[in-house]
Design a protein around this ligand. Structure first.
Ligand SMILES: Cc1cc2nc3c(=O)[nH]c(=O)nc-3n(C[C@H](O)[C@H](O)[C@H](O)COP(=O)(O)OP(=O)(O)OC[C@H]3O[C@@H](n4cnc5c(N)ncnc54)[C@H](O)[C@@H]3O)c2cc1C
Length: 389
């Protein structure tokens, strides 16, 4: 039985509200402190939640709210960039379909669900420092205010402040050498069956699927030695980026046609593709990381949001069942680190396969091999966590 009764959750993105809801279910009172002055609606491009992420969301009963704002994409079709299908995967029997949605829709669905369950969010609170002792932890925000609780949870994303408070030498995000883009295409002349997510490899990679309104949504990347920031990418006219993408994807099937059917106003300039390298310290005495602050895989994993949700729920289980923050954080890291590092490592391998020329490209696993360990994972909320786990 835990001695932890209260928590400060830093960051009201995706991991923060799910952590707060799971903590409430575990009997721990949590308040979220978010640096933005208000809920940041409408920001971000598309992302997906995999069956494992949806199953974890079920624990805080947020799965239906997310399903309502997303599109089911159960199938995966791998192709070679010359128009040939390599493999077709229809999902594992009994699992929910993967869902695709704008990040903003996921954020709003989760934030509204959390608010309806009584989760408190204080906006305009940028954490700058924190002091911990044997009795608790006190956070100080940029506006000079403070807050104290038994534990502090860093759900503050890939550029986490909490990570550096836990370990001043912690690594920061790693640039993947490419800039990410997305877009909406008329899809003229492109085969894309509803409910299938297509991954077309080849000289360069493009992913795409058909939207309910008939258009095709795609995502792609452009090699760039310079690690431009999102703001720097946004400052370049969309028509210029589109021209560079069209040059890169000339001859790619169906990249060339998808880009021909995309207008500059329908281009989404996402920014640099980043991932977190292994973070040596996930916790201190009373502070712990959850979500992208601890483990942001490359976006090619399709698991960033799903892993954030899994970690949020597992952290709450550990804090519920173990007597001290130290015991809970150690059990949480033991449960989560091998899994998130496996998924992060697989994404690095996929990126190499995307980048390689056909001759030197490493052999890709089958979709079943790739997805089984990721999608079939289940968290048993009712099972008690023991420190020996
Ligand atoms: C604006 C935005 C747009 C995104 N768009 C995409 C996308 O298009 N595709 C995709 O795959 N992923 C996107 N992501 C990342 C995606 O949300 C995460 O990979 C994943 O969902 C894990 O979420 P998280 O809660 O750990 O981190 P995040 O969703 O990044 O949330 C972190 C939150 O912490 C807040 N925060 C940061 N520092 C502090 C501080 N010092 N004090 C208080 N609060 C702080 C941030 O404002 C943010 O709300 C986006 C993230 C953000 C913030």
């Amino acid at each position: 039985m835990s001695t932890v009764k209260t928590a400060l959750v830093i960051g009201g993105g995706i991991a923060g509200p799910v952590t707060a809801m799971a903590l409430a279910k575990a009997g721990i009172e949590a308040t979220i402190y978010e640096s933005h002055p208000a809920a940041a609606d409408g920001v971000g491009a598309w992302l997906s939640l995999a069956p494992n992420g949806l199953e974890a969301l079920k624990i805080v009963e947020a799965d239906k709210a997310v399903e309502a704002v997303s599109q089911a994409v159960p199938g995966v079709v791998m192709a070679d960039g010359d128009g040939n299908t390599l493999s077709v995967f229809r999902g594992f029997p009994g699992l929910p379909a993967s869902r695709a949605m704008p990040r903003a829709a996921l954020f709003t669905a989760i934030a509204e669900h959390a608010a309806a369950r009584g989760v408190r969010v204080e906006y305009g609170k940028r954490l700058v420092t924190a002091v911990e002792n044997a009795d608790g932890v006190t956070a100080t925000f940029a506006d000079g205010t403070t807050a104290t609780a038994d534990v502090l949870i860093g759900a503050d994303g890939i550029r986490s402040t909490v990570r550096t408070l836990i370990d001043a030498g912690a690594p920061g995000p790693e640039y993947g050498g490419v800039l990410s883009f997305g877009g909406y295409s008329s899809g003229a002349g492109v085969t894309a069956e509803p409910g299938e997510m297509y991954f077309a490899f080849g000289r360069t990679f493009m992913g795409y699927w058909r939207l309910p309104d008939g258009r095709v949504c795609w995502f792609a990347s452009l090699p760039s030695a310079a690690p431009l920031t999102s703001a720097e990418v946004a400052a370049v006219p969309a028509a210029d980026w589109l021209a560079r993408l069209r040059e890169l994807y000339a001859g790619h099937v169906p990249g060339e046609r998808l880009l021909a059917g995309t207008a500059p106003e329908d281009l989404m300039a996402v920014g640099p593709m980043e991932r977190m390298p292994s973070v040596p310290r996930w916790h201190s005495q009373r502070m712990v990381l959850v979500g992208d602050s601890a483990h942001a895989p490359s976006s090619s994993s399709g698991q960033g949001a799903s892993q954030a949700v899994e970690s949020a729920v597992e952290l709450a289980r550990c804090l519920r069942d173990l007597p001290t923050p130290a015991a809970a954080f150690a059990a949480y890291e033991r449960l989560r680190r091998p899994r998130v590092e496996m998924i992060g490592g697989n994404a690095v391998a996929t990126n190499k396969a995307k980048a390689g020329r056909s001759g030197d490209r490493p052999a890709m696993p089958t979709p079943e091999q790739m997805f089984a360990p990721v999608h079939l994972h289940r968290i048993d909320w009712d099972e008690t966590v023991t420190s020996a786990e």
